[in-house]
Design a protein around this ligand. Structure first.
Ligand code: PMP
Ligand code: GLN
Length: 386
């Protein structure tokens, strides 16, 4: 039987494809973003304890009360956002399910969704599945600044949602307060809601992460999504959440109940423990990743590649044009065999076919020795010394 036409262009994600290539060629995988070291021992121990303590049957649809309370406390402590844990927070199967359920809850055929490209791949797939139309605004290498004229032009009377992601995958951009205020103003003028994906909220390097829901008047028209994967280095656990006004969260819950119903209980309890860790944990994670960013940026520039130094996430975008590459999508498919390193072609996250022709995204959430070796291998491509 054939896949529905709405999803035919996106039958296998670029992450799955590049990871398979990396494995086939035993390459260093700087493609799919996952850490190669475990998260905090207390959080891992809490998951094991929860299983031993019998938290193994269906949890409540909205989430375990312990995690709902922990998300609410985290938002208050970090950002001064007040949430009623019972009505304004919903636990989901990773941020991915939160994105899916939110788009399916609010978008119908004919609705338009304003989003920035490059975009995280599931945004485009879900807008397509919902039968809605995306109106994209291109962020261009190397500064990835928001073009106000393009952004204004993307809005119309059909705009239903703005899909925002800050810190931004794949560019590493952290949207400035002024950019967020512009987005907020335009969304408000057009009666649109903002769905903001903040899964990299703790991974910023010298830039301030401003949650959209903290801007004046925005809490009432913003749904905020985050997850445990990056914050606690547990991308395989798939525990996420969405928060915002009660009626909107209830609508997302109505969709979510038919996608997966509940979310695995033991890991919810462990993530609740994690969110309660002292600030020193979050600061330590950020500092460690900043050092890794610097290491990989040095390696890439040492290999002769211009980079956009990221102020957030664990990704860095580099331009491979100096290697004589004219099509980074094809090059990324050769790189694991040719150099023993895997990376993601940024073009995979674009509608604009010329926006990222020679750009690759490299993940730096890896051990220092792994990053150093990847740098050595890449330097050989350009004939550089490392
Ligand atoms: N949003 C963004 C921007 C991401 O980079 C990712 C994956 N790393 C997700 C959502 C998905 O998060 P999760 O693994 O929690 O589903
Ligand atoms: N979010 C991860 C990345 O950007 C990949 C997630 C996935 O494999 N779907 O690399």
């Amino acid at each position: 039987m054939e896949l529905v036409s709405r999803l035919r262009g996106q039958s296998t994600t670029v992450f799955t494809e590049i990871t398979a290539l990396a494995q086939r060629h035993a390459a260093i995988n700087l493609g799919q973003g996952f850490p190669d070291t475990d998260g905090p021992a207390t959080v891992l121990a809490a998951a094991k304890r929860a299983i031993d303590d019998g938290a193994n049957q269906y949890p409540p649809l909205s989430g375990r009360p312990e995690l709902l309370a922990a998300v609410s406390a985290h938002q208050r402590r970090r950002y001064g956002i007040d949430l009623d844990p019972e009505r304004e927070v919903l636990v989901t199967v990773g941020a991915t399910e939160a994105i899916a359920a939110t788009i399916l809850a609010f978008c119908s055929p004919g609705d338009e969704v304003v989003m920035f490209e490059p975009y995280y791949d599931s945004y485009a797939a879900l807008v397509d599945l919902a039968g809605a139309t995306r109106r994209t605004v291109v962020l261009r290498f190397p500064d990835f600044a928001v073009d106000e004229v393009q952004l204004r032009a993307a809005f119309s009377e059909r705009t239903r949602l703005v899909l925002l992601n800050s810190p931004h995958n794949p560019t590493g951009k952290v949207f400035t307060r002024a950019e967020l205020e512009l987005i907020a103003r335009l969304a408000t003028e057009h009666g649109a809601w903002v769905v903001t994906d903040e899964v990299y909220e703790h991974l910023t390097f010298g830039a301030e992460h401003v949650p959209m829901a903290t801007l004046p008047g925005m809490a009432e028209r913003t749904l905020t999504i985050s997850s445990a994967g990056k914050t606690f280095s547990v991308t395989g656990w798939k525990v996420g959440w969405v928060s915002g006004p009660a009626a909107a969260v209830a609508a997302v819950r109505s969709v979510k109940q038919f996608l997966t119903f509940g979310v695995n209980g033991p890991f919810q309890l462990a993530v609740a423990t994690g969110l309660g860790l002292p600030d020193a944990y979050f600061d330590g994670l950020r500092d460690t990743l900043r050092d890794k960013r610097d290491l990989l940026v040095r390696a890439l520039t040492g290999a002769g590649l211009p980079v956009a130094v990221p102020s957030g996430t664990y990704f860095v975008v580099a331009d491979v044009a100096p290697l004589g590459v004219v099509d980074a999508s094809a090059f990324a498919r050769l790189l694991p065999a040719a150099a023993g390193v895997a990376a993601i072609p940024v073009q995979a996250f674009h509608d604009d076919s010329g926006a990222a022709r020679t750009l690759l995204r490299f993940a730096f959430c890896k051990r220092d020795d792994v990053l150093t070796e990847a740098g050595r291998r890449l330097a050989r491509l350009s004939g550089g010394q490392q």
